[in-house]
Every structure is written in structure tokens, then in C-alpha cells.
Design a protein. Structure first.
Ligand SMILES: CC(C)(COP(=O)(O)OP(=O)(O)OC[C@H]1O[C@@H](n2cnc3c(N)ncnc32)[C@H](O)[C@@H]1OP(=O)(O)O)[C@@H](O)C(=O)NCCC(=O)NCCS
Length: 147
């Protein structure tokens, strides 16, 4: 989905200082709502490198966070999903990580999920299948940034 579309829906993107702008409780509240949709648990990084927010005015519509380990987590509030926000958040996170010295980005996603579509659209490759629970497989994807 194009950035123009995102602009027309008044979503803007900015780097967030999670400690200052977003409490753990606020992140958990967004996540709780998403978990009700039976999506995967988002594990926020212990050592975040940076966090980018998709903003609807002062409201956080979505977040992407890259950890020092290179692990990427992202989520979009249910009322803002399916508008290309996660795709744009990940695109921006990759661009920002390329400016630093993170060699590889990693994402853990459920097979055949919306989340998998997002990583595939940004060029991530399947690394390994890390867990199988019944018919649900969770995969580790990676994107090499530096040789
Ligand atoms: C996965 C998630 C981030 C997607 O956010 P989003 O902003 O709706 O994603 P986008 O709008 O960029 O959509 C990406 C693709 O997924 C598809 N998609 C998104 N939600 C979907 C849904 N509920 N059902 C089917 N397809 C869906 C979109 O149509 C799009 O497909 P396309 O590339 O063929 O057009 C969001 O559902 C979420 O927060 N899930 C819970 C957290 C999570 O799983 N995080 C990832 C692991 S770190």
C-alpha cells in the first residue's frame, strides 16, 4: 500500500522514546486488545535500539521496535489494521537499522499470517521453523543488512 494512502488517512510516523512517551502499561493495553484476536504474543525487547510509532494525531495506531539483537517486533491497533501501516512501519525500521550497525534483522511470525505477509513483502527470508503447536507453525525470518 502506498505512503500516499497512509497520508490521506492522516497517519504520520515518528521515532518514540518508549520510556518517556509510552508506558509499559500502554503497550500492554494495545497488546491485550490484539491478543483477543488470537494473534501471536508480541515480546517487546529488553534492550530496544529504537521504536517508531504510527501516529493518528497523539494516538498511537501502531509500533515497530528493533532490539539490539536485531529482533523486530511490530503491532498495529485493531482499529487501524489492513491499511498498510505495519508494512510501512517495517519498511521504515529497516531503513533506520541500515544506518546503524545491526548486521541482521530477525522476526518471529506465525506461518500463513498477516504478519508473515508483512515480513515477506520487505524481503525477509525464512530461517527456520522454531515451534509447532498443533497446526500452527511459528517461523523465524531474517533480513541481512550488512555483509
Ligand atoms: C500483523 C499485523 C502487524 C498487521 O498489521 P496491518 O497494519 O494490518 O498490516 P498491513 O495493513 O501492512 O497488511 C499487510 C498484509 O497483510 C494483510 N492483512 C492484514 N491483516 C489481515 C487480516 N486480518 N486478515 C488477512 N490479511 C490481513 C493485508 O491485506 C496485507 O496484504 P497484502 O500485502 O497482500 O496487501 C497486525 O495484525 C498485528 O498487530 N498483529 C498482532 C501482532 C503481530 O502479530 N506482530 C508480528 C509479530 S512481531
Amino acid at each position: 500500500m502506498s505512503e500516499e494512502h497512509l497520508k490521506s488517512s492522516n497517519i504520520s510516523f515518528k521515532e518514540l522514546n518508549v520510556d518517556d512517551l509510552l508506558t509499559r502499561e500502554q503497550i500492554d493495553a494495545i497488546q491485550d486488545e490484539i491478543l483477543e484476536q488470537q494473534e501471536v504474543v508480541v515480546l517487546w525487547a529488553d534492550k530496544p535500539l529504537f521504536t517508531i510509532g504510527a501516529m493518528d494525531g497523539q494516538q498511537i495506531a501502531g509500533l515497530v521496535q528493533v532490539a539490539e539483537s536485531g529482533h523486530v517486533n511490530y503491532l498495529v491497533h485493531p482499529s487501524y489494521q489492513q491499511r498498510g501501516i505495519a508494512t510501512e512501519l517495517l519498511r521504515r525500521a529497516i531503513a533506520q537499522a541500515r544506518k546503524g550497525d545491526t548486521p541482521t534483522l530477525y522476526a518471529t511470525v506465525k506461518e500463513s499470517s498477516a504478519s508473515e505477509k508483512v515480513v515477506l513483502s520487505q524481503g525477509f527470508d525464512l530461517d527456520e521453523s522454531i515451534a509447532e503447536e498443533g497446526y500452527i507453525t511459528t517461523n523465524l525470518y531474517s533480513l541481512r543488512l550488512q555483509q
